[in-house]
Design a protein around this ligand. Structure first.
Ligand SMILES: Cc1cc2nc3c(=O)[nH]c(=O)nc-3n(C[C@H](O)[C@H](O)[C@H](O)COP(=O)(O)OP(=O)(O)OC[C@H]3O[C@@H](n4cnc5c(N)ncnc54)[C@H](O)[C@@H]3O)c2cc1C
Length: 389
């Protein structure tokens, strides 16, 4: 259970020490919230010109709920919660092979898991820091010089500033991690595939509040239906990494067409909805696995330190849990950042390891089955109720 960090608990309160957070998504906004509440003077730099919106909904359950309650944000989250969604695995003729419905009625158990649109959660977290911390959009860290007393930070506008602590919350391809720990290849675990995600206005392809999945070996198409929008996801397996230009969006679309053109079910309609714009998410399916999440006065939070991959369905939760656990450790250890960073890692890494292992094994087999045998096994488990998603 997360202790509430406060001045009584803090042996040597930071009393306005300046700290820097790189990245303003779930990890960065939550970390900035807690640091501000602990009494630090917080600056956030975000590379994008504004909050980066878009993406599929975020699951909120377990410890994430407890932490959002302590942040005073859970009621706002609950107010934006999406209706529960049924799940159906389909064949090429749209027959349902397995899945589960949604329990409703007076006897239904109260929900313990909530889903919220990514943008709504971003807005709620942003409201928690707006006006209380300095936000600098369109900025990035260029250089970090860690010393026993402070970190000298050079930003990409050439300005230099000294901070007591620096937090890298800048995602899977973290700039802070690169500057402090070096080549991302050393920490990136490739899970054997790529994913494309796009959110479009409601398509009529499926009823609201249903997810449908169609898989052939190595290729999965998934549609999530809501009242007002549809998520379209394509995922494909590859034995090794593909060399492509991450800025070339047309090339990424072509990679999807190359693999999915000619498939049955609703795939042709979903491919048509890709359009020609640049508003989609495409990335390799990877995890970040590091032996430690801090060096000197610099610590990493969220995907930057322990990306669990989209397959885990827990990226947003892990970022919020990570920020909450870090705050708890800082609240307990005051100015002893080394002890706080050590505790943050020691108490969280077993949970992270477990989530990552489950995503790499059961998660991949469930969402991106590689063979007919894996597809049949998944559908059988879903029919028998032996698989949780
Ligand atoms: C636009 C967007 C859409 C997404 N959609 C999905 C999705 O559909 N499904 C899914 O599973 N996951 C998605 N993700 C990833 C998901 O948000 C994360 O897995 C999870 O929320 C962990 O959050 P994070 O804050 O650690 O990392 P992220 O959410 O990746 O945030 C990192 C932040 O750091 C910023 N940043 C990057 N480089 C720098 C830099 N050099 N300097 C300063 N700031 C920098 C980024 O702009 C971003 O705001 C998406 C992420 C983004 C940014």
């Amino acid at each position: 259970m997360l202790n509430h960090p406060n001045a009584d608990q803090n042996p040597t309160p930071p009393a306005g020490s300046p700290v820097l957070v790189s990245g303003a998504s779930f990890a960065g906004l939550a970390t900035a919230y807690w640091l501000n509440r602990l009494g630090y003077r917080v600056t956030v730099v975000e590379l994008a010109p504004e909050l980066r919106r878009g993406g599929t909904p975020v699951d909120i359950e377990g410890e994430t709920i407890t932490i959002l309650e302590r942040m005073g944000m859970f009621e706002a989250v609950r107010a934006k919660t999406l209706p529960p969604r049924a799940f159906e695995c389909k064949d090429a003729q749209d027959h349902t092979l397995g899945g589960f419905g949604v329990e409703t009625g007076p006897d239904a158990a109260p929900p313990t898991r909530f889903e919220i649109h990514r943008d709504d959660l971003l807005d709620i977290l942003f409201a928690g820091i707006d006006g209380s911390v300095e936000l600098r959009f369109g900025r990035s860290i260029k250089r970090l010089e860690d010393s026993p007393d402070s970190v000298m930070v050079t930003l990409d506008d050439g300005s230099q500033h000294a901070f007591a602590l620096v937090f890298g919350c800048d995602g899977n391809r973290s700039n802070t991690r690169k500057l402090v720990f070096g080549d991302e290849k050393n920490f990136t675990y490739f899970m054997g595939g790529y994913v494309y995600l796009k959110v479009v206005p409601e398509t009529g392809l499926l009823p609201p509040n249903v997810s449908q999945v169609y898989s052939v070996p190595g290729l999965t198409t998934m549609l999530n239906g809501y009242d007002d929008r549809t998520d379209i996801a394509f995922a494909f397996r590859t034995a090794s990494e593909i060399d492509y230009d991450y800025r070339d969006r047309a090339q990424q679309r072509a990679m999807i067409h190359d693999r999915f053109d000619g498939l049955g079910w609703k795939v042709p309609a979903a491919l048509n909805l890709m359009g020609t714009d640049e508003d989609f998410y495409f990335d390799w399916i990877t995890q970040i696995r590091m032996p430690t999440w801090s060096k000197g006065r610099i610590a990493l939070v969220g995907d930057a330190a322990y990306c669990v991959s989209p397959v885990a369905g827990m990226g947003g939760s892990m970022a919020i849990i990570g920020a909450g656990r870090l705050a708890e450790a800082l609240g307990r250890h005051g100015d002893d950042h080394a002890a706080a960073f050590q505790e943050y890692h020691d108490k969280l890494h077993a949970f992270v390891d477990d989530v990552q292992k489950r995503a790499a094994n059961e998660g991949m087999a469930m969402i991106f089955p590689a063979s007919e045998a894996e597809i049949s096994e998944r559908d059988r488990k879903l029919r028998d109720g032996g698989l949780e998603i």
